[in-house]
Structure formats: structure tokens, C-alpha cells
Design a protein around this ligand. Structure first.
Ligand code: GAF
Length: 382
């Protein structure tokens, strides 16, 4: 039993007076490219990371559900037969309540959550909580949803209980990530293409600006902008929309929605090109696509921050001689992390330099770690 699981089991025992019977784990994620297009008929290229949420639980004989966290105060208590299950308190329990609302268990349950995915870091801490909880309730309820259905259930929980009208990427990769691989996900039909990352050659460095993000309204506004632009163009899918289509109705769209649309059209193309370039080992091309993605998120989609821009600028300045392939902000933005693709042998030196230079430039100490692509959600033995 690893340390995180042992700690969670111990706190469950202390809180409820008996041991848990089931456990499940689900990872956070980093997105290599394909940002803010999972809700625009796009493709995304995320991978699961070596940071995860663990939940342990036990069925009760009545219909009461109790939820606790190893790190956050309070206990969520409700009845699984409540229709609907309320948003309730404590606020951290909303994602779990949302999952419980759309899951089946024969009775109530007790549950303990632990997560080492940094909260507010753009690494899908909420998806890790949702997907681990759904995986636990699935096994305790004796039901097998399958990866896509589980991701959709968790997305619904995020919409209704988390308040963010997110796309499918985070829940999908947390449920179905594969060790050693990024996944090119088609966000229309949910098919995937595996893009292997050779850990002997490549390292994925995540640096947290430590300038926490709050997606909330800004995220939902971006989504509304894209929906408005698509309906004004009058085509059924963003895949059929070209820059020329947007230019033709630029006056009607207005500058902001035009810029949002330009990001979507460009990012769909860049993501497909990047998956191809990674498979072909064309690292200069991968790098220029990552930088172009960042620029578009900064200028057209306006979801970057000065701190994210600074980290990307510092990584680009180190360049290929230092072992940097490319860098960009990752996730929803408004703070959070950058992802820097590096040569494996040089990643420690790159990390050290970027941390020192970012601290000097901003006065904020970032946190950084390198990760390999990890496996998605699963039930674990106790
Ligand atoms: C957040 C959302 F949850 C995802 O669905 C995705 O849109 C991402 O922001 C931006 O690519 O993580």
C-alpha cells in the first residue's frame, strides 16, 4: 500500500471507527496542446500525470452518505435518496455530491478523499476528485459504466455542481489516460489516437506560477463567445469553419468574438499537426506549434496571465540548446501552470534555471515537477 493510500485509510478508520472496504484512484492531467477547443468540436492532446486523487469508502446499511477529506475541514452528510442531492456544505464536497447525484449505490456510504493534485493549478484537480469518486461508487454499486460514460457523468457533475460548463477533456483523460502515452481525443465522437512519449528521450515539465486560478465566469464567457460566433457563421461544426468564414462576418461578430473564433480555428489545426509532428519526431515543429498555441491563448482567447507569459518566454529563451522543445500555458488559464516539453537528459537543469529566473522576475516562487504519462482511473486493492 503506498503512503497516500495508507494515510487515507488511516484517516477513514479514525473518522468512522472501522476500515474502508473499497478504494479508487484517478489522476490529474496536463494538456500538451488543444486548449479551449474541447467544447468547440475540436481535438485535444492531454496526458494523465503522476498526481492523483484517492477515495476510499464503505457502504452503510441505511441511506445516509457521509464524506470527508483528509485535508479540508467539515463533513458532507446527505441522503442518497434525496432528489435532487443538494449543493450543500462544505463547498469542497460539491464535486463529490454531483457525482453521487448521478451514480448508483444500493445504500448510503462513508467516504474519505485525499488528493495531491494542486488545487487551482489548471491540472484538473476537480476532474481527479470526480472521476475517483465515480470509480469508487461504480465498484461499490456493482455497476460498470465504461470510460466515456463515466467521463460524461463527471462532466455533468462539474456543470451542475461545480458551476463550470467545461468540455470533456479533463474527465476523459482522468478516466482513460494511458501510461507512457498522450491521447489525441476527438471531442465530437470521443475516439482516440495514442501518441507515445518515450520517457528515455522526452520529459514533461510542469511549472505552477503559484498564482491560483478561478475559472468560473470567465470560462463560461469564453464558451458563450464561441457558441455565439459559431451560430453567426451558421455552420454546424467548428471543423467546417475557416478563417475566411470568420473574416467575412467580422463586423457582425465584433472584435472579441472574432478573435475567440480565430483561436478556435487555429488551435484545431495546430493540435492535429502537433500530434503528427510528435509521431514523426519533428521536435522543432512541435515547439513552434506549442508557442503558437500560447500566443493565441494570450492574444486572441485572452486566458493567459503575465506570470504564465513570463514562464513561456523564459523557456523559449533557453531554447533547444538547453534542451527545451516547446512551452505553453496548459488548462483553462487565468493562472495555473505551464507545460514545457524537454529532452529527458536536460530536464533537471531546465527546471532549476526556470524556477530561479521566474522567481527573480516575479518575486513568486513557483513549484515544479516532471511527470511521465500516467494510467487513468482504476479501483485499487486495500
Ligand atoms: C478546463 C476545462 F475543464 C476543460 O474542459 C478545457 O476546456 C480546458 O479548461 C481548456 O482547454 O480545464
Amino acid at each position: 500500500m503506498n503512503d497516500q493510500l495508507a494515510h487515507t485509510v488511516k484517516l477513514f478508520q479514525e473518522a468512522y471507527g472501522h476500515p474502508p472496504t473499497h478504494a479508487a484512484v484517478a489522476p490529474g492531467r496536463v494538456n500538451l496542446i488543444g486548449e479551449h477547443i474541447d467544447y468547440c468540436d475540436g481535438y485535444v492532446l492531454p496526458m494523465a500525470i503522476e498526481r492523483q486523487a484517492i477515495v476510499v469508502g464503505r457502504l452503510r446499511t441505511d441511506t445516509t452518505a457521509k464524506m470527508r477529506s483528509t485535508a479540508l475541514p467539515g463533513e458532507a452528510v446527505f441522503d442518497v435518496d434525496d432528489a435532487p442531492i443538494g449543493l450543500g456544505e462544505p463547498s469542497w464536497s460539491r464535486y463529490l455530491r454531483g457525482v453521487a447525484a448521478f451514480s448508483y449505490t444500493p445504500t448510503g456510504f462513508e467516504l474519505m478523499l485525499d488528493s495531491n493534485v494542486p488545487a487551482g493549478g489548471g491540472l484538473s484537480s476537480s476532474a481527479a476528485i470526480e472521476v475517483s469518486t465515480a470509480t469508487l461508487l461504480e465498484t461499490m454499486g456493482g455497476i460498470q459504466l465504461g470510460g466515456v460514460n463515466k467521463a460524461l457523468l463527471c462532466q455533468m457533475a462539474e456543470h451542475r455542481y461545480g458551476g463550470t460548463k467545461c468540455g470533456i477533456m479533463d474527465q476523459f483523460i482522468s478516466a482513460m489516460g494511458q501510461a507512457g502515452k498522450a491521447l489525441l481525443i476527438d471531442c465530437v465522437d470521443y475516439s482516440t489516437r495514442e501518441v507515445p512519449l518515450d520517457a528515455e528521450k522526452l520529459a514533461v515539465l510542469i511549472i505552477n506560477t503559484n498564482n491560483p486560478h478561478q475559472l468560473g465566469d470567465e470560462y463560461n464567457q469564453r464558451r458563450a463567445s464561441c457558441e455565439r460566433a459559431k451560430s453567426l457563421v451558421g455552420k454546424a461544426s467548428w471543423r467546417d469553419i475557416s478563417l475566411a468564414d470568420l473574416e467575412q462576418i467580422r463586423a457582425t461578430l465584433g472584435d472579441t468574438d472574432f478573435a475567440r473564433g480565430r483561436h478556435v480555428v487555429g488551435e484545431i489545426k495546430r493540435t492535429l499537426e502537433c500530434a503528427d509532428a510528435m509521431e514523426a519526431g519533428d521536435w522543432p515543429q512541435v515547439g513552434s506549434l506549442m508557442y503558437a498555441s500560447h500566443d493565441s491563448l494570450r492574444d486572441d482567447f485572452e486566458v493567459s496571465t503575465p506570470e504564465l507569459d513570463k514562464l513561456v518566454e523564459l523557456a523559449a529563451a533557453l531554447g533547444p540548446e538547453a534542451g527545451v522543445i516547446g512551452a505553453r500555458m496548459t488548462g483553462g488559464g487565468f493562472g495555473g501552470c505551464t507545460v514545457t516539453l524537454c529532452e529527458a537528459g536536460k530536464v533537471d537543469a531546465v527546471q532549476e534555471k526556470l524556477v530561479a529566473e521566474y522567481t527573480q522576475a516575479t518575486g513568486i516562487e513557483p513549484s515544479a515537477f516532471a511527470t511521465k504519462p500516467a494510467q487513468g482511473a482504476r479501483v485499487i486493492d486495500l
